[in-house]
Design a protein around this ligand. Structure first.
Ligand code: PSU
Ligand code: MN
Length: 300
């Protein structure tokens, strides 16, 4: 089932840095055509940083590790018509030979199958606000608990309950690392107000912690929060009020389950007149640069 691109498997065999990328961010996270432009730019940023990109998706029931530009283009055009695949979806998308875009959880699973240890994305799923009512906790958190991949992100978006997301990760033994920051970033802004477990200032030290974790057979991932560059950050109050409105509208429309995150992301882009999309693109490029550095240190 696993179909690893030649370039990716050659890099892995030669112990060269490889960084996994998810595909739900392409299909469900951003509108076409900027989703495709961004996916290509993120791959280029990894290459500039000396790492081989491995964008992951399920195509025709195959677990693809490394997509061609044409494959990225067609996933981008499919958009919301692609199946958003998390852990529970993989068996059916594979058995029915369908096309699916992988979430953080499913990307981690497939990256681990391919022995890729570092994964860059924008934001992860987490505990949703209103969890007392909905029990909506992303399968991404459970995957971080169990699967040996380090995930580089821009922290946790405030569409989620950041405090409860951190509690969940603590329970599951997932280290939350702040890259050159004491507080977890909040995606569009640099500071969520919640402290990380460990501030780490170099890629080298992050790689050392990843290696130590797995050498002790402590299975599961690590979460590395990278604040977006200051010049692209959005004022916290501004983005928070947009998010509150977006959540209220979503509840009115009765949206739930796997549609929740894509709906909110789209609504935020609309409400900010596209500004949040520019921010989103900048932060993922920045995460890719940091992930390339960590992946390089992992090969030593
Ligand atoms: N957060 C973002 N952009 C995204 C996602 C989350 O800022 O594209 C996507 C990721 O693929 C993530 C998924 O794994 O949403 C989480 O969905 P859910 O909450 O349904 O598990
Ligand atoms: Mn959910």
């Amino acid at each position: 089932m696993l179909d690893i691109a030649t370039e990716v498997s050659a890099a892995l065999d030669a112990n060269k840095p490889v960084v996994a990328l998810e595909s739900t961010i392409i299909s469900h996270g951003m509108p076409y055509p900027r989703n495709v432009e961004t996916a290509m730019a993120v791959e280029a940023a990894l290459r500039d940083g000396g790492a081989i990109p491995a964008t992951i998706a399920v195509l025709d029931g195959k677990l693809k590790v490394g997509l061609s530009p044409d494959e990225i283009q067609s996933l981008g055009q499919l958009g919301l018509d692609a199946i958003k695949c998390s852990r529970r979806d993989l068996p059916f998308v594979v058995a029915r030979r369908m096309n699916g875009a992988t979430t953080v959880a499913a990307t981690m699973i497939i990256a681990a199958m391919a022995s890729i240890r570092v994964f860059a994305t924008g934001g992860i799923g987490g505990v949703h606000r209103g969890v007392e009512e909905t029990m909506d906790v992303s399968a991404d958190l459970e995957e971080l608990a169990n699967t040996n991949v380090a995930v580089v992100c821009a922290g946790v978006k405030s569409i989620l309950d950041i405090g409860r997301t951190l509690e969940y990760l603590e329970t599951k033994g997932v280290p939350v690392i702040g890259y050159q920051t004491d507080n977890l970033p909040a995606f569009y802004s640099r500071d969520s107000g919640f402290p990380v477990d460990y501030r780490v200032d170099t890629a080298e030290e992050i790689a050392a912690a990843i290696k130590a974790k797995w050498a002790m057979k402590l299975n599961g991932g690590l979460l590395i929060g990278v604040p977006l560059p200051e010049e692209h950050a959005m004022p916290k109050e501004e983005i928070d009020s947009v998010i509150v409105d977006a959540i209220a509208e979503m509840q009115q429309q009765g949206i739930s389950g796997k549609e929740t995150t894509p709906y909110l992301l789209g609504s935020i882009v609309e409400r900010t007149g596209g500004k949040s999309l520019d921010t989103n693109i900048q932060l993922i490029l920045n995460n890719a640069r940091v992930a390339a550095e960590i992946a390089a240190k992992m090969t030593l």
